[in-house]
Design a protein around this ligand. Sequence first.
Ligand code: NAD
Length: 477
Amino acid sequence: MTVEFDLKSIYVQIIKGKSAPTKVTRHGLNPATLEALPEVPIATPDDLDSAVDAAKAAYKLWSTTPYEDRKKAVVAYADALDQYKDQFRDLLVAEQGKPIPQASQETEAAILWIRKMAELPLLEDVIEDDETRTVITRYVPLGVVGAIVPWNFPLLLATGKIAPALLTGNVIIVKPSPFTPYCGLKLVELAQKFFPPGVVQSLSGDDDLGPWLTSHPGIDKISFTGSTATGKRVLQSASRTLKRVTLELGGNDPAIVFPDVDIEKVAEKVAFFAFLNSGQICLNLKRIYVHSSIYERFRDALVRQVNGYTIGDGSQPGISHGPLQNTMQYSRVKTFFDDIEKQGWKVATGGKIEASNGYMIAPTIIDRPPEDSRIVVEEPFGPIVPLLSWDDEADVIERANNTTMGLGASIWTADLDRAARVARQIQAGNVWTNDHFSLSPTAPFGGHKESGIGVEWGLNGLKAFCNSQTLFLKKGP
Ligand code: NAD
């Protein structure tokens, strides 16, 4: 079925199935050119109240709609998104800055995530069944979900919340990042063709809107993806009304490279996962530990890879790495470059920020900075990565784990038994061997320690949008 939809028209927030204009508006910037993008609304507290009222009314209908019917609507929504995937991809490039192939991958993933999560069977669990009673655990929706989305994956991280919330019978209010509101608003506008008014709504705002959402008594769950610092504020605010909370937060992922690897091949992959999206992914490799016996050769291979990257406007062909997404992030990443001279860090490649039209920064590798330096301890969220050396396996595992973060990690070795053994000793929610960042809509995703609370995606992710309810059904009067 062909769905009529216009991605180029005005960008609106949707309350109760309709555009809800605001008196005051704002706009984002294309980070590659610093050109102004179209105006978007700035929601008021009254808009939030109206959205919550509409959501509560819609919840009565949607939560009692049979699972199979909800699933059909969700799959039809994915099909419509598929129909407009090129337009969403181009909008993503314009607002986020990532190169076209990566925007295309994110768009495809956003569609796949919806479809695959719709296939997950959310069954009742029979816990006991004897002659006296049956005990069943079932999963019932929570109510109104507030989805708070960051600026690095505005499409995938929105559909990764919308699909499981709707499948499980919740209704959802999506708040995109003020830096990247466009794809999120269009996602919700498109959703109006498939869901009753109030089931999927959007609010577009400035920095006040997030705190209003997390403290609103009419919202039952916050699904938040963003920084650890903001995640702590979300948890504190949500605690006042005991909202359910899922927090997907920052990372400081280590790669541990053993001496038996194919240096050229592994350096190519490690560089790829360190600098993908110009270092603006929670799961970028942010600390690279290389065995001292191959350290120099591996460093030189990494540098060769990185020097082959093309930095520029992601809408242009042949660009491998786009700009930083916004001025706040650009300024923060610059402070790590200021530290190069101040701290006397050795630079393997990069190290300087050249003047450019947009927020461009050349990928930079810092050669063996001290283990307690901020480039090792903090998450820069930009294209600057420390390369470190190690000799003893137990010691490097301890160093890899010596962080407040615990999102991802990867082990690189030709010895697969060793890879699996070391992987099991890493304190992180996602550990890969000879790979990194390769995620799945059917696998739960979440962080340990200060990288998050709870998981999204997979069956566990669906259950995170539910209360569990245990029924003790007596056999006989
Ligand atoms: P951020 O925390 O600044 O913002 C995330 C979202 O929270 C935005 O929509 C923002 O408007 C909103 N927000 C800001 N202050 C708020 C408040 N007080 N209450 C409620 N909402 C508020 O994060 P960001 O800069 O957009 O994203 C980068 C960070 O996100 C990095 O640390 C990265 O590692 C992390 N991240 C994590 C994952 C993951 O799945 N674990 C994925 C992507 C990004």
